[in-house]
Design a protein around this ligand. Sequence first.
Ligand code: CMC
Length: 421
Amino acid sequence: MSTAHLSLNDKNFEFPTFAGTEHELAIDCGKLRGSTGAVTYDPGYGNTGSCKSAITFIDGEKGILRYRGYPIEDLVGNVKFTQVAYLLIHGELPTTTEFDVWRNELTQHSLVHESMLNFFDHFPVTAHPMNILASMISSMSSFYPQDGEDEDKLNLNIMRLVGQVKTLAAFSYKKSVGQPVVYPRTDLSYSANFLRMMFGLPTEEYEVSPVIEKALDALLILHADHEQNCSTSTVRMVGSSRANLYASISAGVNALWGPLHGGANQAVLEMLEMIQADGGNYKKYVEKAKDKDDDFRLMGFGHRVYKNFDPRAKILCTAAEEVLNELGVSDPLLDIAKNLEEIALSDPFFVERKLYPNVDFYSGIIYRALGIPTEMFTVLFSIGRMPGWIAHWLEMRSDPDGRIHRPRQIYIGETERRLNV
Ligand code: CMC
């Protein structure tokens, strides 16, 4: 492998390089400060590889996204979200027997500890469900403590997290609308269970629509992992201090909530509604997004990694149309979204900056057609991302190069000054 040469203050330094299995080249600068006295400066870590990872591969230029080597286009529609969860966490798709055991255990562990139900009563009705979800996941470490490195306990806690996240999500919604919670059932699929817990009532039967179940499962798969994004990096960073799994994941949920990350799906819908209320004048909003003196951004556009197209958005754009057709829903917001996309994709401002619709642009329209309230959109993202967060947390813990995450800084404050005493 080639060597990287650095010339600094008339001295020459050499650094080893290495490549990943998909040939991305990395300069190993682990000894940079020790040998040169300098550190790297990379705001937002756009050029920094924080770890080696075998979970997800993205080629942002070619619009490729693969989980453990499998393209998302192969997974969506052919396997279930729970199989993808197993793939991400265990590295391989489950055999039939492994899947039976996994599915059964996830269902068994989808019941929330009864004492935790009291917590829901004490959030204000206006509380955002992402905040409730993060708090609930954090409190799980009180109910199911992780003793040291006990593998069996850790596996149990993983199952509890994947199994219970949808229950906690649905319960937080039920509380916000003042309805009694609906417990999970062992005979339903993961997605069907979530839908029943969201929209069912204890007083009557709830028939899960197969169209909606299938669409939700596909959405969860498309959100299941995305390598070192903001929330996953947060999970890894918190976990690097040896904080427990629940503490690390609840930090990830909070990171996801921000509108530049997972919170963008809610923000997209709110933006489309605002444009609709403004007479559908989408051109005005494209101009606002281009105006440097205006903070407004086209939500659902742009990505740190994808500079060609987001393959998830491509699948979702087609899926949005199919779901709306199958459900017989006509949504004027879909037309506004398509108009925005068309105009933005031909406008030099967006073309030059390689700003394309991302996963959050079309997901909200599908969630809306499925009857999911806007405030729950990012919660849905969290349910999907759970296996990815867990897989990264596990990988981080077993990384032989792993150390506590502790970046350096370049101090630009006052130099030493003394009190005049
Ligand atoms: N609308 C208008 N201009 C934009 C947008 C946008 N959505 N996104 C980026 N730009 C411009 C930005 O102003 C900058 O212009 P200039 O070079 O003239 O200063 C240029 O494009 C580069 O932007 P950046 O902020 O440096 O890019 P970044 O890689 O740091 O940020 C991003 C990526 C996703 C945060 C950003 O594109 C954005 O804010 N998008 C809107 C929010 C969004 O949709 N987020 C969801 C991301 S995908 C799912 C997920 O991560 O959860």
